[in-house]
Design a protein around this ligand. Sequence first.
Ligand SMILES: [Zn+2]
Length: 430
Amino acid sequence: MMEGVRELVALGRRQWWSRSRLEGFQLERLRRLLRHAAANVPFYRELYGKAGIDVEEVRTLEDLRRLPVVRREDLQARPQEELIADGVDPARVIRTRTSGSTGVPLEILSRRRDRSVFNPSFFRSYLAWGLRPWHRMTYFQARPEKLVERSWYEPLGIFRRQMLSSLDPPERSLEAIASWRPHLIHGYSLTLKLLAEAAVRRGVQVPVPLVASTSGVLDEVGRDLIRRAFGARILDIYASEEAGSVMAWQCPRCEGHHLCLDTVVVEIVRDGRPVGPGEEGAVLVTNLSNFTMPLIRYEQGDIVRRSSREPVCGRGLPLIESVQGRAGDYVVLTSGRRLTPHPFFLVLDHALGVGRWQVVQESLERIVVRVTASATGEPPDRGFIVEGIRRLVGPGVAIEVEVVERLRDDPSRKLRSVVSRLPESAIGRE
Ligand SMILES: [Zn+2]
């Protein structure tokens, strides 16, 4: 149990290291992982063997680019025992699932020590934003078994958590939060948005200093609602199960998110080449902690923008400008241009008679907009929606509006407002 404390202390120190020291540390960990994977994991043994790659020749981060990219489908196509290290008993591992835009979950296998950095990596960002051990927190969880999870330090009055289900009606969660009076609320961006929406609708203001948002981009509408409902500052955290820790977190002082060089390698690429400062590209992540089921140059399916700024806070961790969203959150036009979700909010959030909505790009030629009726009971303004989206996507695309009883959430309630069903390969490239 002290391992988490040790990790947190180490993470806390390393963020202030110089860039070159951090890069040296990262490279050392990377080489250890590559050696292990090439020797002990059947999948990588074969992958690198076929490509004629000797991982000993990876001596710099640039050399990493010689290794093949690993996609979710590559892993899903193989039996699990080929993905994990020789000698690991599959019956004795921790299994976590992650759902992608294709909706087919990938199971990530790990052991306890592979995960020791996971929680501390979140706490590093909370601490930077002023969370202190005596502060209370509210955590939203989708999985019921997590709701009873308690850390050993909580009974000592340290970082005490209230666990709420992200599947509960927001009104009920609001009451629980109002009586717990947390310093921090942590949850999926959509959960937080619905919560804040409910508070604003009911005219209740619950003061909460800090709201930490993960999984999905919190759009401007959501940010605004959270500020109004809680008066909170917003900390955006970019993390994934595949990465095994936080990949990047928003800095309270810098303009941007700090990349966690000490726990992951994040490459930002377009057409296989790293993008320049200020440019956006697809994320390839290498999890430096998971030696049970290594993920090396794994295509995360997100689009981020590299920053052209240097940190002003003194941290050695470099900056990315923003997390633009999942590759599957983009609508791709026949010209190859990608549209971010943002302009769709401008149309749908202003359409009369619309409750919740989702835009689904079924193909290059067809977009389906699903909406629920608003509480006012007036019919959704189809003409406005079709006309607005037509302006965004241009001619040659069929736009259909369907009014539905309710929108289907995925079990974790990470409903995405804009979804493209085009293959990821068509979205990540231009
Ligand atoms: Zn900073």
